[in-house]
Structures are given as C-alpha cells and as structure tokens.
Design a protein around this ligand. Sequence first.
Ligand code: GLC
Length: 470
Amino acid sequence: MVVVHVSAECYPMAKAGGLGDVVGALPKYQKKLGDEAMVVMPMYATPFLKNNEWDTQFKGKTNLGDWFFEYTIIKERTGKLGYSLYLVDIHGLLDRPQIYGYDDDADRFLGFQIAVVNWLSHWEKLPDIIHCHDHQAGLIAFMMRYCYDYEKLKGIKTLITIHNAQYHGVMNWSKSNVLPKWDSWKQGLLEWNHQINSLATGIKCADKVTTVSETYMRQLKYQSNGLESLFENEQAKCQGILNGIDNEIWNPASDPMVQFHYDKDSFMVGKQKNKDAICAKYHLDRTKPLIVFIGRLVGEKAADVLPGAIQHALDKTKGGANFFVIGAGDTAIESALNYLTQLFPGNYNCWMGYDEKIGHEAYAGADFLLMPSRVEPCGLNQMYALRYGTIPMVRDTGGLHDTVIDMGDPNGFGIKFLNADEQDIVYSVQRAIELYEDKDKMTKLIQQCMSIDHSWESVVHEYKKVYESL
Ligand code: GLC
C-alpha cells in the first residue's frame, strides 16, 4: 500500500509540537510493516533543510487565485529518516524560518495544499491513501474530489487525523475564489458559519476521521471550538487511535541528548546523576523531588495556572519540592514564571524557549512530569516521561485519561487530578512529595512506568486496519 502523509510539521525537518513527532515517526513504522509510506510538507528555511542534501523530484506550475506560481518538489537524498521526505518549495511563500505565525499563513497553506494536489495529479501510478494531518491539510480531500482539474484523484481514499481541534484554519469566504475551479454545488462542504473552515471541510470530505486518543474523540462532541455538532453528525466515520512514540529516539539507554544512560535496572544511579546535573546547572536542591513542566505556555496546557500553583505549592510545603519549567508562549505567562525565580531561588527555575536537548535532559533527570492541560488530544510528553522513569502528574482529560492510571488504583503508577486549577495541583504536589519520601514505593512505580510500552510498533497496525477498511 502506498500512503502519502500531508502535514505542516515533521520532525526533524520542522516541529512546533507533537504533530511533528507523530508525522516524523509513524511513516517509519509503517514502512517496517511493509507499506510504502512517505511525507510531503512545506519547504521552510530550517537548519535541517540547510544541513541535508536534496534531489529535485518534480517541477510544476499552478495558480493561487490570480497568482501564477511555480513550485518544486525536492526529496531528502539518503532516506536516513526511514521513509521518503518530500518538501514543497514555493519561493517567497513557504521558504521562511518559522512554521506558523505569518500574516499570510492562510495563503501559505493554501498554496502548499494546491501544490500537493497538483503534484499528485502528475504521478504515473497513483497512491492508495492520502493521510492528511490537521487543518493545514484540511482542504486536500475536497480538492481531490471536487476540483475539475483533479478528477483523476477522485478515487484515492483519504483520511484526516486531528491532532488539535482548537485550530480550524478559518478563512474569509472570498478565499473560495483562489481554489482551483470547483463544483459550486459542493459549497456546503467548504462552509461552516459563513466562512471557510478547513478542519470542518476535512472532516466532511475525508473517508475517515481519526483523532489521537479515544477519550478526545468522545470529548470533541461537546468541546471542539464550535464543531461539536459536526462531530456528532459524522461520528460513524470517526475513530480514536492513540499515538505511539519513537522508542529508538526516546531511549534513556542510548539517547545522545542525555548525559548518563540508564535502563530499567540501572535507573537509580542513572536518573540521579542526570538529576544532579540539572540541579547543579539550574541551582536546584538535589535532595528534593524535581517536578518539571515541558510545553507551550498557553491556556490549552493550563500554563496560566502554573505561576500561582507553584507559588502556593512551595509555600504550603515549605519548599518541599523543586520546579523546573521549560517552554515558551504567552508573554504574560512567561514573565510571571520568570518572576518566580526571584521568589524561590534554589527551589524553582525556568528556561523560556524550546530546545529539544533540554527537554530530553529533563525527562531523564526529573522525578515527576506535571501536565495540567485543559485540553490534551493525546499528549506525548507523559509517554516520554514513562519511558524515562519519570512519574506523570496529569489532569484527567483526553489522551492523559487513556494513558495514566492513578497510583491509588490497582496497577496505578501516576498521579491524576480532575481540575486544571491551583488547588488540585497543590494537592498533587503534596502527594508527589509523600511518594518521593517512600523510597520503596517510588522505586516500584518507576519500574512499572518504564515497563509500559507505548511504542509505535504496538499501535501502528491500528492505522493499517483503517487503511485496509477503506
Ligand atoms: C497536538 C496535541 C497533543 C498530541 C499531538 C500529537 O500537539 O496537543 O495532545 O499528542 O498533537 O498528536
């Protein structure tokens, strides 16, 4: 089976969040299962582009409304990622350092999608499945079916995976004129609340809709930023499939970004050494439990609650734990988190930014990972934490609900709480400190965490089943 993933992110070429990790790993494991999986994404001006070699695969021409443009498809030369990676180069539109955040993002991803569909129409032998990810690929299925120029793509099966239903790729209706000529009887498929809503279009037009955990799939029917009724109507073709993680990249026994390697048998020494290194570097107390937060500093991740919660937790427990926050985002949250370094030197520190290496070091050195997310479609961080023997402290929602069992339950190994608020976080910190002091229990739980298998190998066949059903 030939599967083409269409995505705005793919690690290591470009990643802003978990989407990049998933698209960067899933095709590798699909290939191991015997399918021909590949990725096509925009050619941004990232370090990975500059540091690797590329072959020109195809040159094409098409239109974005009145703008006639040429695009080039380039392919990573060595195949070292384990699958073929194709980039769409649209000069002046996509070749910029950032993935998102430009005023013309709507045009950028429209141009990208139009170029992808145009390129596909030139393939001699068509692929079997087009697997789209999030709203930046939400219009692909529509164009393949209802744009007159692309009728030959009509029969290819399409699937859209939703990694985050908070963002819809909404555009003014006038943008419908820049799409390649389409069947105007199908206007209803493009429209949601009098605008173009790329995600809604993807959900309506794709043959199958998946999201990244079963609980999030259920939650979308009552919390999806305005698409609730659509999820209700389309539920027959919707399915939750939990993400996996790339156990080759995320392996504490060989991770090149981690200083002291360890496994299930040697974590006592290995984790402590990594923790000592972090504590020394960021002036934290090595004898106290180390609780880290890693993620975007936005409301979805409940990062706005962190400053108050950390302050109360440290006051209430008289400095009984260390906190280390890694992330970037909302500037008000960043400054509140920075300010805490003055209040709690020796117990608190933060690193405002996104850095893959500091993230890996933190998973290896931390005792606990805090994820108070208001919304969490799947969450990969808790899975990385488990793999690195770091106990997850999570709010009970979405994929966190599906992957963490509270230590109070039989077979439990983590700390779970109901509300993304200060009170619940402070209480969870108290539970974490208590657990940390019970060395035998803590050791047992770490071992249990490290035995859990969330590898792609264990879940990749779920996608295969979906493709086959189509
Ligand atoms: C998004 C979601 C996250 C999920 C990831 C990969 O970043 O917020 O929960 O794990 O996509 O699917």
